[in-house]
Design a protein around this ligand. Structure first.
Ligand SMILES: [Zn+2]
Length: 151
């Protein structure tokens, strides 16, 4: 399992933890990147989170990793996926109209997202992570959460 695959999968787990702690106001992702064991997820949000909230995001993400929950990958028509999950599938920037079949990452109860990248079969393979920075960009109303995988 490559480190990029683990880091990318961790983005979904951290995103789920962000929404658990900060609520649906934080459900729109504006960007995500994985570089080696370093990841960064950016979500739209309306305020700077407290230090306690950031700690809770890290704690919940690691609990989800420890739980080793299986990850479901579905390949299905866009219409069926939208009927099941609605706009939860999408990030801030919509997929082009011409895409009619989607690969869906689904961690039940935690995160669902149209995503055609490779993922670990379950959350445990991520190993663990530490949030290294949570930066709030006031003007753009964007929250960037950076993390490193535990080695
Ligand atoms: Zn993905």
């Amino acid at each position: 399992m490559s480190v990029e695959t683990r880091t990318h999968t961790a983005l979904h787990v951290v995103k789920g933890a962000i929404v658990k702690v900060l609520g649906d106001d934080a459900k729109w992702s504006a960007g995500a990147s994985a570089d080696g064991s370093h990841g960064r997820i950016t979500v739209q949000f309306n305020r700077k989170p407290t230090d306690d909230e950031v700690s809770e995001i890290e704690r919940l993400a690691n609990l989800k990793i420890k739980e080793d929950q299986p990850i479901e990958i579905h390949v299905m028509s866009r219409a069926d996926a939208e009927a099941r999950w609605g706009d939860l599938l999408y990030d801030l920037f919509p997929l082009p109209e011409h895409i009619t079949e989607l690969q869906i990452f689904h961690l039940p109860g935690w995160n669902v997202n149209a995503c055609n990248k490779d993922h670990t079969p379950s959350t445990g393979a991520i190993g663990g992570l530490a949030i290294t920075k949570a930066r709030y960009r006031n003007k753009r109303q964007l929250l960037e959460v950076s993390f490193d995988l535990a080695e």
